[in-house]
Design a binder for this molecule. Structure first.
Ligand code: PEP
Length: 255
């Protein structure tokens, strides 16, 4: 049985002060219904120190960065290294989000270098993949996802694969209010798992957690999380409010 993992991707929202306020309100809500879920918050880089300090009192909630450099140090203005993230007790990092791919030109090669670098530092990647509407409607869904998976995971060992979370996020569902139906999401998650099986074998494919992302809300979380191959969610807009993020987690809890 795979443990659910539900992560908040705050994107370029929630500064350090608001982060402290959010964590105070959010952790006050946490209770029995959250025990069976790994909960992760991904604030912007500047809010990581405030989040790290507050979360040291709350072992149930882990910290993620939204991006990381593929380099160790040096002349890379504006970049943040894995070792810097380690200093702030950041256990996860989102890599290859569709906004990084489309707005900042991140290729499968760059994403792969970042994944390998994160694993060298023992940080768990949340590796994002997903197709555009045009790719889905022109029948290229599976080839696009297979290329992203094979390219992103190149040279990742089997052990590192079990510490990697995949986030399937159809680009057409991110921030649009259009959510994939539970059937569409389940079918695609099953395909993603089959590609992991081709690469790493059945045992590892059965262990890897695959999150769904794209307009997840308190009202649709239970149906999505009830699908056999959906093991959690990566949540943008609906994770900006502590009550709404908590409701997604509690509505997803296994009965
Ligand atoms: C995301 O950015 O990863 C995301 C899924 O956003 P939203 O939930 O707002 O669609």
């Amino acid at each position: 049985m795979r443990k659910l993992i539900i992560a908040a991707n705050w994107k370029m929202n929630v500064g350090p002060k608001e982060t402290t306020d959010f964590i105070n309100s959010f952790t006050a809500l946490l209770g029995r219904k959250c025990e069976h879920t790994d909960i992760v918050l991904a604030p912007p880089f500047v809010s990581l120190p405030a989040a790290s300090e507050k979360l040291s009192e709350h072992p149930l909630v882990a910290l993620a960065a939204q991006n990381v450099s593929q380099h160790d140090s040096g002349a890379y203005t504006g970049e943040i290294s894995v070792l810097m993230l380690k200093e702030l007790f950041t256990h996860y990092v989102i890599i290859g989000h569709s906004e990084r791919r489309s707005l900042y030109g991140e290729t499968d090669e760059i994403i792969n270098a970042k994944l390998l670098k994160a694993r060298q530092a023992n940080i768990k990647p949340i590796f994002c993949i997903g197709e555009t509407l045009e790719e889905r409607e022109s029948g290229r869904l599976e080839s696009v996802l297979r290329t992203q998976i094979e390219g992103g995971l190149k040279d990742l060992t089997a052990k590192d694969m079990t510490d990697t979370v995949i986030a399937y996020e159809p680009v057409w569902a991110i921030g649009t209010g259009v959510v994939a139906t539970a059937e569409q999401a389940q079918e695609t998650h099953a395909f993603v798992r089959s590609v992991v099986k081709d690469l790493y074998g059945e045992d590892i494919a059965n262990k890897v957690r695959i999150q769904y992302g794209g307009s997840v809300k308190p009202g649709n979380a239970a149906e999505l999380m009830g699908q056999p191959d959906i093991d959690g969610a990566l949540v943008g807009g609906a994770a900006l409010d502590p009550q709404s993020f908590y409701d997604i987690i509690s509505n997803s809890a296994p009965e």
